[in-house]
Write a protein that binds this ligand. Structure first.
Ligand SMILES: *Cc1c(COP(=O)(O)O)cnc(C)c1O
Length: 399
């Protein structure tokens, strides 16, 4: 049982939840069709249709549906050639799943800081790390400190905003490193006009309950490289070489999405435009309403980015606002408004204590100051006003 104060605890009626699913289209009809036709397992027309819809939407040639976003990341790392003893460059400030996926592949993450404007992986830090902390030896890029091979770059587009992929891509090309994009929080976001998830070699999405579209649990790999797509699909279905005689040439995984959940995904994808429009309107409200509140800084989007504002986040300056982000979180919760801080930076996570990292002062500051605000698709004007009026009333009145 979740305690009532826990972030995952469901909101009671009358409360404003942080980020819950929105079922506004053909979800019930499509799920009913699965049950009526008995296609409830991983075989069935909705899986293929869902893959096609996501591939077409983002403009990738191939898509492979998986049981969740973490499984998508795990398979992507494997097909990109990440293996035991390798290191993978990624941001410290992210949900833990991509770092865990690196470990499942037998590799270790290297945690770098985020930039201060949009809070994404700092490409300058990646450049400094590759140029100064690594050495090229016999076609490999080696971490000078650990002696391990750098096997891939794993940018994470957090909170709906893309990483600056153009420069990251140039570095990846220069150092001959594959790029795996964790776009789980940023389906529909663009960087210099290109869709997040399609800029690197392979991209991952999640359809967890709090994401932009949801299948309850689910994920997707997208790529335009046939070799990577084929290998990912093969590994996601137990690496079957002769399905009739049960012959397998590799240790595969049971990572395939079921038809019932893909049915939900199709219905959600049909309305992705409405989902994004709701997020953008929410961001617009928060920006406008919180602009003049002393001590509040709201999430920005870069001129080269189209953010989908998955989870609207603000920073609280303790002295100016009159209380810190955690005190504000508790005060809002007592008014029935659910907010939460960002993730513990992974270079400070006990789960990844033995992974290398560079100093990450920006991530540490964001951990202290950031608070994510209610951002469900379909949140009402009344609810948004309740949130921003409460924040305004709690701020210190300027002297
Ligand atoms: C949600 C999320 C994931 C993982 O998705 P699941 O579907 O929950 O496994 C991975 N990375 C980030 C940054 C996420 O926010």
């Amino acid at each position: 049982m979740l305690s009532e104060m826990e972030p995952g605890a469901p909101a009671r009626s009358g409360e404003v939840p942080l980020c819950i699913p929105f079922m506004g289209g053909n979800e019930l009809e499509y799920v009913t069709e699965c049950i009526r036709t008995n296609f409830v397992s991983s075989v069935g027309p909705f899986v293929t249709r869902f893959e096609r819809m996501v591939a077409d939407y983002v403009g990738a040639d191939y898509a492979i549906a998986t049981v969740n976003g973490t499984a998508a990341l795990h398979l992507s790392l494997l097909v990109a050639g990440v293996g035991p003893g390798d290191e993978v460059v990624m941001p410290s400030l992210t949900f833990i799943a991509p770092a865990n996926a690196v470990r499942y592949a037998g590799a270790r993450p290297v945690f770098l800081d985020c930039e201060r404007d949009y809070w994404q992986l700092d490409v300058d830090a990646v450049e400094v790390f590759l140029r100064e902390r690594c050495v090229r030896r016999g076609g490999r890029v080696e971490n000078k400190t650990t002696g391990m091979r750098i096997a891939a770059l794993l940018p994470v587009h957090i909170l709906g905003h893309p990483v600056e992929m153009e420069r990251l891509g140039q570095l990846a090309a220069e150092f001959a490193l594959p790029v795996i994009e964790d776009a789980t929080e940023s389906l529909g976001a663009r960087c210099h006009g290109k869709m997040a998830g399609t800029i690197g070699d392979i991209g991952c999405f999640s359809f967890n309950g709090n994401k932009l579209i949801t299948t309850g649990a689910g994920g997707m790999i997208v790529t335009s490289r046939m070799d990577l797509a084929d290998r990912a699909r093969y590994l996601s279905t137990q690496a079957k070489d002769d399905a009739l005689e049960y012959v397998h040439h590799a240790v595969g995984y049971n990572h395939r999405l079921s038809n019932v959940l893909a049915a939900l995904g199709c219905a959600q994808m049909e309305r992705i435009g409405e989902h994004i429009a709701s997020k953008l309107a929410t961001a617009e409200h928060y920006r406008r309403a919180l602009e003049g509140v002393p001590g509040v800084t709201t999430m920005k989007a870069a001129s080269w980015a189209e953010s989908v504002h998955w989870l609207f986040t603000m920073l609280i300056d303790t002295d100016t606002f009159g209380m810190d982000s955690r005190a504000l979180m508790r005060a809002l919760r007592s008014r029935g408004i659910h907010t939460r801080p960002l993730w513990q930076p992974l270079h400070q996570s006990p789960a990844h204590a033995d992974s290398p990292h560079e100093p990450c002062p920006v991530a540490e500051r964001l951990k202290r100051e950031a608070l994510s605000l209610p951002s469900s698709v379909g949140i009402t004007e009344t609810e948004l006003r309740l949130v921003t009026d409460a924040i305004g009333s709690l701020a210190r009145v300027p002297a």
